[in-house]
Design a protein around this ligand. Sequence first.
Ligand SMILES: [Zn+2]
Length: 255
Amino acid sequence: MSYSSTVKALIAVSVLFAATCVMGALAIQHTAQTITPTPQNNPSFEDIEDKPLDLPEEDPVYVPRFDLEALGFSITEYLKPTLGHGDKPAQYQSYIMIHDTESAGFAREVIAYWARSGAGVASHFVIDKDGEILQCLPMDVIAHHAGYGDAGNNLKFNTPETSRDDKIGATPIGDRFPDYGMNAYSIGIELCHQANQPYTQAQLQSLDLLICYIDSHYGFESVIIDHKMWRASNSDTSAAFAPYLANYIDHRTHD
Ligand SMILES: [Zn+2]
């Protein structure tokens, strides 16, 4: 075989090989376009079905700490709709914030004062010294109980402002306290308490049950904080509450 005929033969083989590759590629492409995998023509389906599904774990079911009905738990409704500031759907609920009223008033007087003051401030629940629990706003309504927090707290507490809070009655109070998200993610509870008075057992036991009631309502345990944790310069809750607060944060009861 001459050199030129060898080259011609090599070229012919190369062209044939290239043509075969193109046709093969077209055939593969054609196959991919027209055949839909089914359990019949794709045995790997059976393998997939046999594998355990990789589903996320279900949320743990909330189990109440107390049998509220058996304990005669009750809430007195003293509703003041004008104190509400927008919707707080359950998916936003994250915190239970505990406060002191820091006044000598009974719960009913405290709520009546909020309603007539025009400031728009309120907590959802107020607990009297005798343990009676009054409620002035539904839990799915925003109450202005936390107010402005320390700078950066919207980020720290993951309480971004989403414009659900109408903010009516809220006046910005400076660079140190610019963050206003907490109201829209929390339930506020006030304890009737002033200065260095002791907290009564009836009051603390009602708070234990109220927290259980709120947890049961949502089906999960909200994070418990006090007002000072949101704004460090706040005076509530008082120093006398500190050991109880530590217990609430740790295991959701005062003792
Ligand atoms: Zn407070």
